[in-house]
Design a protein around this ligand. Sequence first.
Ligand code: ADQ
Length: 461
Amino acid sequence: MKRLVVVSNRVADLRSAQAGGLAVGLADSLRQRGGVWMGWDGQTLKYEEEPEPRLRKVGTVTQATIPLTEQDYSEYYLGFSNSVLWPLFHYRLDLVEYKTTFLDGYRRVNAKFANALMSVLKPDDVIWIHDYHLLPLASELRQRGCKQRIGFFLHIPFPPPEILAAVPRHRWLVESLLEFDVIGFQTNTDLGNLQHYVEDHLGCRLEPDGKIAIGEREVIAGCFPIGIDVDSFVEMAEKPSDEVQIETQRREILGRQQIIGVDRLDYTKGLPDRLRAFARLLELYPEMRKSVALMQIATPTREEVEAYVEIRKELEALSGAINGRFADFNWTPVRYIHGTVPRDALAALFRASQVGFVTPLRDGMNLVAKEYVAAQSMENPGVLVLSKFAGAAEEMHEALIVNPYDVDDMARNLCRALTMPLEERQERQRALMQRIREHDAAYWLNSFMAALENGETNRAA
Ligand code: ADQ
């Protein structure tokens, strides 16, 4: 078996029990085959000459990391990656902030990654590169003579050509992308968007098996929906801590239901309209007052980017306003937690919540939707209310699918979820559980690796 080299912006902590399905799945595969995980070490240093990658062995896996400069961090990470590509790939042209230096920084850091990687590669390696920070990395590697097979997986959506065309140098970006041997997307919608772009803008031909013909080469572009390690999540959900148990029993005694939302605090996750939808539920159905509460857990991220400061302020104001309007001396309608909760506590909280409320305005997949389903008990399952614009909605048809821009639609579906008969909840749960088991973390990893190593095209989802 060939050695696997994984590259992503940051290297996951391979020893951390907190790491999510993706990191754990990749780390397991790396451990089994032996491999390298390369990325930025999270530090910003001053240097003139590029430092050699720092190598650290963790079992059979070598972590290879490089530092960036302040300028790299600001232009490549905060700039092109998170102020241009992130909003634009999530269809938010209004939030794009572009400067020419951002693109320079993006290219410079991809070149640094390529230099560092060339120094650790062996001829027989297979390389798997992750996400929007590193779209031109295969092209940089090819320019340095790299002949190994290189795959790419995009964790976020791929926008339609009309939106993509708003990125400066979009043609260069897609041409660079086509230097990969395999390009993986979360959904068929994303795959279709790339196919339209390459046919319309680059004059490429699509083969009947879905491969993209470009000159003499053929590139595999496929749909590989990411999944979770279902059993490990089930196990965590079944062992609630004393704190979660006490809190759940208190709610049961009071006859109160809980709606839960868990997200990174990001403007793509639809949080303000989610809170408004909850307020609308209390308005439309006054009988729900005092019998239901919303727990929203939001982990802060990218706080140096202005749009993230704004969303935080908006949410704090909104949750305060809803509580100000509806709260009673013994009932707080919204519990807004600005922070991160350990994974085992999260699993138990999902199980103790009657509704999982997942309403991104646009999302590559959304693993929270799958985790919520995995955490439910078959005897008394909760209901998933899911945005039609989450990649997960392409598979999870048995959730209550909502329009995250339509506050009334969300409120009505919340009411339907909270009053759904047991039999219907069980039927939906059974079907959803089957889906998340079918497309779990192992399936994602194995199907992508099969395409990368054997050239098998994937027709999933
Ligand atoms: P994210 O945008 O980070 O990932 P998501 O898929 O929901 O979104 O994954 C988040 C992970 O972090 C989940 O495992 C979740 O449990 C955890 N998490 C989120 N908020 C948390 C909190 N407050 N406390 C504790 N844990 C929290 C990107 C794309 C997604 C895609 C994934 C994987 O944006 O669309 O599904 O990559 O490909």
